[in-house]
Design a protein around this ligand. Structure first.
Ligand code: WQD
Length: 360
């Protein structure tokens, strides 16, 4: 992977699941990393530090400068820009649970959109125009044609508030780049991130009642939940359950480094790229793969469809391959075995005390 010659990148939401994995690949690519997080969906160490990022430091041997900071606190946010010579920003900090977003729309609009606007204003004030934005395949709504390419118009038939926040922000970013051509922005549209770093030291530790499929599968396999609830088996899919494009979080992380390199090499104003594998996997297929890969059982029960869910979604990732030189390489089996290693090494997530007697 090309080196960064010591450039500094600010990672918002850096203590989170995707953010922390991305910090590993950024440091391995030679970047100095400043990270901030408000612990809305990540775990602090009781002294405003991030357990996940302390473990990242164990993995890479490189220090992460961390700030407990909420993007709605512009005074503290600006102080971070005053304290460091930042070259680029990767913006993860956002709430992202589809189900939760339908229950608390104002929380999602305020946190995700106002947070983005605050960040843009301060970046501009400090003449920082390189931005990688964590967007989502949910901006495509219910797809008419599959696999989905970036040509598909976004914003139509979006079925949930979370997806609308990502769509509105992409529109805001387009308007911002039209108003000032110094901006240099890539929006990465994630499909379904799953898995964990191969060390088992970092992973997905959902701190909320609403969480994604893989953590629930894993909790059932651990015996922490009796059964997995499958939301709907009457979709127009081969086995009736929802289909998604699951992508290993480490592949997703390397996609961010590829995007940063692209911004450092060329001025593109704004462009969006799908980060997916191009393969659709159903809920039942994922359960079966998880059971076979990890030699566990995952009992389940079918219930009604979840409000806001779509039937089928998977990517055409060829544009990122052509223009970013990036491709997902890890298999669905690796996603299942890496997640299970994280889960069994950390039965209570980041609160687990490791063999060294610490939780990091
Ligand atoms: C996956 C499938 C559910 C839980 C996610 C992220 C969102 C965005 C897109 C990045 C669906 C089914 C789930 C359960 C189930 N990613 N399911 N039982 O809704 O596709 O959205 O990817 O931006 O941030 O949330 O992910 O994991 O919730 O659902 O049957 O207990 O699993 O119906 O078919 P989703 P998910």
């Amino acid at each position: 992977m090309a080196q960064s010659n010591g450039k500094t990148v600010l990672v918002t939401g850096g203590a989170g699941y995707i953010g922390s994995h991305c910090v590993v690949t950024l440091q391995e690519a030679g970047y100095k990393v400043i990270a901030l997080d408000n612990f809305a969906n990540s775990v602090d160490d009781g002294c405003d530090g991030s357990i996940a990022l302390k473990r990242v430091e164990k993995i890479t041997g490189e220090p992460v400068t961390f700030y407990k900071c909420d993007l709605l606190d512009t005074v503290y946010l600006e102080r971070i820009f005053q304290n460091h010579q930042i070259d680029s920003v990767i913006h993860f900090a956002a709430m992202k649970a589809v189900g939760e977003s339908m229950q608390y729309p104002m929380l999602y609009y305020k946190n995700n959109i106002i947070g983005m606007i605050n960040l843009l204003e301060i970046m501009k004030k400090y003449n920082i125009y390189n931005l990688v934005f964590s967007s989502s395949c949910t901006v495509y709504g219910e797809p008419e044609k599959l696999p989905i390419t970036e040509e598909k118009r976004i914003g139509q038939s979006i079925t949930n508030v979370y997806g609308r926040t990502k769509f509105f922000i992409e529109e805001i970013l387009k308007d911002v780049t039209n108003s000032d051509d110094k901006w240099n922005i890539i929006a990465l549209r994630y499909f379904n991130p799953v898995g964990a770093h191969g060390s088992g030291l970092i992973g997905e530790d959902p701190t909320k009642q609403f969480t994604n499929l893989m953590p629930f599968i894993s909790q059932v396999a651990m015996g922490k939940k009796e059964k997995l609830t499958i939301f709907g088996n009457d979709y127009d899919t081969p086995d009736g359950t929802g289909i998604r494009d699951y992508i290993h979080v480490m592949d997703l992380a390397s996609g961010h480094v590829a995007a940063l390199h692209k911004l450092e090499k060329s001025h593109i104003q704004i462009k969006a790229y799908n980060l997916g594998t191009g393969r659709g996997v159903s809920v039942l297929e994922l359960i079966k793969t998880f059971e076979q890969t990890n030699n566990v059982k995952v009992p389940f029960t079918f219930e009604a469809r979840r409000h806001g869910d779509i039937s089928t979604m998977y990517a055409d990732p060829s544009l990122a391959e052509r223009e970013l030189g990036w491709k997902a390489t890890r298999s669905i089996q690796e996603m299942c075995s890496d997640f299970w290693r994280w889960q069994t090494m950390n039965p209570v997530g980041y609160k687990t005390v490791l063999t060294n007697g610490h939780n990091h």
